[in-house]
Write a protein that binds this ligand. Structure first.
Ligand code: NAD
Length: 283
């Protein structure tokens, strides 16, 4: 069996077009959506991510402001910028690119963002809303994964989903969203004994670890849906995911590639959250 490919580029294009329509409708009423992106330091991967996000905003008709600061920026200076953006009516979403330099407490910074402008969905108010099933902002990567599952038409009720990774930005919210969709969810992590025992029972696997090709074909049940969140740079400069793509695609029913899978959907969901924030602000 060769898995069907879930094309994140094509699906993200559809979502971006829908966002662009909503952004245009808002702009016509004098409420152009605005996103502020803050980058501190010169991490090369972060520079690529923020450039892509700003470019995607432009294409969707979302006004974006990119603020870049040297790694020497103090925490107080960063908090002051966030306070100013919280009060700026032209800005509906605020994104602080992680990781931050070690002298800045990332959680403190995230908590300083007004929850209504926290389009990354990392603020405890939004994390709590997700936990209790209220509508806040969902973190963009798990949100994009859910849209991919919706797109392929899988009924999650009663299915067994295994999430590998328990970070606050991917693994945990992913597990909560799958639970909300009535899947039976197992969360695996660095201390899980016998990972393969769990993954082999899964109808849906979401790999969010950051270890190249760690999910091998013998760990996957035939026909399973495999979503690969991992982004790993190999010594030859190429990107690969957490899934051994060539081998797993011979076993799985559906699979996402890296690049061209979850990554583009993450950006599309950032735009979606931003346009939603602007719609709420506009009433
Ligand atoms: P993280 O480092 O915060 O978390 C990694 C998780 O993997 C941890 O919870 C850890 O317990 C688990 N883990 C580590 N070793 C393991 C093992 N041997 N077996 C099982 N679990 C293990 O990373 P993150 O921020 O959640 O990101 C995970 C990956 O996803 C990274 O490669 C990151 O670059 C990528 N990512 C991609 C997108 C995207 O848009 N595609 C977005 C965010 C993160």
């Amino acid at each position: 069996m060769t898995a069907q490919l879930i094309d994140g580029v094509a699906l993200a294009r559809q979502w971006r077009a829908r966002v662009a329509e909503r952004a245009a409708a808002l702009a016509a009423r004098g409420h152009r959506p605005g996103l502020a992106v803050i980058l501190v330091g010169d991490d090369p991967a972060s520079q690529v991510y923020v450039r892509n996000k700003v470019k995607a905003c432009g294409e969707a008709g979302i006004h974006s402001v990119l603020e870049t600061y040297p790694a020497s920026l103090t925490q107080d200076e960063l908090l002051a910028r966030i306070a100013a953006l919280n009060a700026d009516p032209t800005i509906h979403g605020i994104l602080v690119q992680l990781p931050l330099p070690p002298h800045i407490d990332a959680q403190r910074v995230i908590e300083a963002i007004a929850p209504a402008k926290d389009v990354d969905g990392f603020h405890v108010a939004n994390a709590g809303a997700l936990l209790v099933g209220q509508r806040g902002y969902w973190p963009c990567t798990p949100y994009g994964c859910m849209k991919m599952l919706e797109h392929i038409g899988i009924e999650l009720r009663g299915k067994h989903a295994v999430v590998i990774g328990r970070s606050n930005i991917v693994g945990k919210p992913m597990a909560l969203l799958l639970l909300q969709a009535n899947a039976t969810v197992t969360i695996c992590h660095s201390a899980t004994a016998n990972l393969a025992h769990h993954t082999r029972q899964a109808d849906v696997i979401v790999a969010a670890v950051g270890r190249p090709r760690m999910l091998t074909a013998d760990m996957v049940k035939p026909g399973a849906v495999v979503l690969d969140v991992g982004i790993n740079r190999l010594p030859d400069g190429k990107l690969c995911g957490d899934v051994d793509f060539d081998a797993v695609r011979e076993v799985a029913g559906w699979i996402t590639p890296v690049p061209g899978g979850v990554g583009p959907m993450t950006i599309a969901m950032l735009l979606l959250n931003t346009v939603e924030a602007a719609e709420r602000a506009a009433g």
